[in-house]
Design a protein around this ligand. Structure first.
Ligand SMILES: Nc1ncnc2c1ncn2[C@@H]1O[C@H](COP(=O)(O)OP(=O)(O)OP(=O)(O)O)[C@@H](O)[C@H]1O
Length: 241
């Protein structure tokens, strides 16, 4: 079965959302198949973070609907997380005075048992061995790249199969961005479904199955990364060349 033939684990239908009287997303529709790597690219301030926050229930829908694994998404963020949707927010959003381990454990607040928490911790430490080395260090003493890895690790501790990852490259040096994307590629290979937002499509050229270009709250183009990168006029119009 090809990716497009697999049933969607995430289905967005005409999503309209925003903040009080401000409407940011103006009717977004697309599906994400099980195991797919889908990226939403676009300039800053045009609604990428709002899209992920709407899916994870942090920003309420004004119109439209969201399906998760074929059923209507519940309204509450914890109920959405319990369905396996893990949100890795923009920036690090760690508790700076807590240790790496304590930050990771905060992600497992819905885990059903201590054994399951330990299983997830083992998995996170295998994927991100630096976090195991630094487990007792307070988060504020980590490097930028390590903090980003800890943020991803905390998302994994939620146990989700659907990862919403918000601009993982933000504020990092090029070499560190490569390392962070290496980890995300590994997560994709492990079978997880990834919906990631990113300003620069070149960063996901070798990773994403499909891109959506978001401009002013609307999807203005969709297709494979190589196609977007070959479209100079789209890059110039929407992404500043
Ligand atoms: N909590 C909020 N309250 C009011 N307006 C907000 C809030 N968060 C974001 N906005 C506004 O919503 C619009 C879209 O912001 P959003 O963060 O979704 O964009 P983005 O594409 O993710 O860009 P960035 O990467 O810079 O966050 C912007 O005009 C922003 O000012």
């Amino acid at each position: 079965m090809t990716l497009s033939e697999k049933p969607p684990v995430l289905s967005l239908s005409n999503i309209v959302s925003g903040y009080r009287e401000l409407t940011v997303l103006k009717g977004i529709s697309f599906d994400v198949a099980a195991g797919a790597f889908v990226t939403v690219v676009g300039p800053n301030g045009h609604g990428k973070s709002t899209l992920l926050k709407t899916i994870s229930g942090l920003v309420p829908l004004k119109q439209g609907s969201i399906g998760i694994n074929g059923s209507p998404a519940p309204g509450q963020p914890h109920a959405i997380a319990a369905l396996g949707v893990a949100h890795v927010p923009q920036g690090d959003m760690l508790f700076p005075e807590m240790s790496v381990l304590e930050n990771l454990l905060m992600g497992a607040y819905l885990a059903p048992s201590r054994a399951e928490i330990d299983r997830r911790l083992d998995e996170v430490y295998t994927l991100l061995p630096k976090l195991a080395d630094r487990r007792h260090q307070i988060a504020s003493s980590l490097s930028g790249g390590e903090r980003r890895m800890a943020g991803i690790g905390r998302g994994l501790m939620m146990g989700g199969e659907i990862l919403l990852i918000d601009e993982p490259s933000l504020g990092l040096a090029p070499l560190v961005i490569e390392q962070v994307y290496g980890v995300i590629a590994e997560l994709s290979r492990s079978g997880r479904t990834i919906l990631l937002v990113e300003e620069n499509p070149a960063r996901v050229a070798d990773l994403a199955d499909h891109l959506h270009l978001l401009d002013d709250g609307e999807i203005v183009w969709s297709g494979p990364p190589a196609e977007l990168l070959a479209r100079d006029e789209l890059l110039a119009t929407y992404l500043g060349g």
